[in-house]
Design a protein around this ligand. Structure first.
Ligand code: SF4
Ligand code: SF4
Length: 334
């Protein structure tokens, strides 16, 4: 018989860093559009795997000299290449034991809800009354919490005691009944230091407004995230001041003109890597500042000989630099 121990051993051998298991009853009360039981009504277990983002993949953004590595190896490549191979191969192992299993990576592009949880207008409709509209979206951070891998920080980023905010999550939904892990109850990781709020270049994480949810009987709270503000700053842009003529950094977003910000050294947004990897911000607040805080407090299992921040953080000064026709032509990215 297939056991949780066998599945975890296989997942780690295949390349996952951490593995946790949630039983489906932990989804009692979940919103219909985010309930994995809508995808597989006979599911008995949700296996959640964490894949670490190398601290080294953040080094080039920290130094301001090598941005693409985080987008490629810490973001897009990890999410769209490495993780699918592991979840697919784990499903092969489970299905060889006669239990159906769905490999789910970071796969929410077809979801029926928008970034704020509302149904996308004119997008899809349920196949019959009472069912969710396709596609259902499994909220990966909530899945990580329900599988006992860690907690959701104030930044809404998932934190584990091994890597802090430095991982991506993949999921396998299966009919196999596996022993679930307890909800994480170790030392508190997020100490509400608010470094994520202070250092977020998009001011996307509210310092005062929060979201509260109950997950498997546990109260969980995080800061309200302005997804549009993050979306812009994440790519190294900022909304142009309508009263001043500003150079265009990328095509307008959310109906607003986007100019370059102090966190990008690029004249224009560089091209996407691995589909969506275009992470210029490099999680300045929610990832790097958070990790620095957690490492200083010595609460993480993945330890390093040297601190991450070794020099004064850089800030780009664009005040004296317009986009020359020459650089504009050279910098055409996509
Ligand atoms: S930066 Fe501080 S407040 Fe924000 S998630 Fe990390 S530990 Fe929590
Ligand atoms: S990715 Fe960047 S812009 Fe988005 S919340 Fe994190 S620090 Fe803020």
């Amino acid at each position: 018989m297939l056991t949780a121990e066998m599945v975890k051993k296989e997942a780690k051998a295949l390349g996952a860093d951490l593995v946790g298991i949630a039983s489906m009853d932990r989804y009692e009360g979940a919103p219909l559009q985010m309930d994995p039981r809508q995808i597989m009504p006979e599911a008995r277990s949700l296996i959640v795997m964490a894949f670490r983002v190398m601290r080294g993949s953040l080094r080039g953004i920290e130094e301001g000299t090598f941005f693409s590595n985080y987008s490629a190896m810490g973001y897009g490549g990890l999410t769209y290449l490495y993780m699918p191979l592991v979840v697919i191969n784990l499903c092969r192992f489970i299905e060889d034991h006669g239990k159906e299993a769905i490999p789910i990576g970071h796969q929410s592009d077809w979801r029926a809800i928008d970034g704020n949880g509302f149904l996308r207008e004119g997008y899809s409709r349920p196949v019959e009354p009472g069912r969710a509209a396709p596609d259902v979206m499994i909220h990966l951070r909530i899945a990580g919490f329900l599988a006992g891998l860690g907690e959701i920080g104030y930044s809404k980023v998932f934190l584990t005691p091994q890597f802090g905010p430095r991982q991506r999550l993949g999921v396998v939904l299966t009919e196999a009944e596996l022993e679930p892990d307890p909800i994480y109850n170790g030392p508190k990781l997020c100490n509400r230091c608010m470094a994520c709020v202070r250092e977020c270049p998009g001011k996307a994480i509210s310092a005062t407004k929060t979201v509260k949810v109950t997950l498997a009987g546990h109260e969980v709270e995080w800061g309200e995230l302005d997804t549009a503000a993050c979306d812009i700053a994440f790519r190294g842009g900022q909304v142009a001041d309508p009263d001043h003529d500003s150079p265009e950094y990328m095509e307008s977003l959310y109906g607003k003109k986007i100019t370059r910000s102090p966190i990008t050294p690029f004249y224009r947004k560089p091209r996407n890597l691995y589909n969506t990897g275009q992470a210029i911000c490099g999680g300045r607040g929610c990832l790097r500042a958070c990790m620095i805080n957690l490492e200083k407090r010595d609460v993480l299992g993945n330890k390093f000989d040297q601190p991450f921040r070794r020099r004064k953080p850089w800030k780009m000064d664009w005040s004296d630099t317009g986009v020359s026709p020459e650089s504009q032509a050279k910098g055409e990215a996509d």
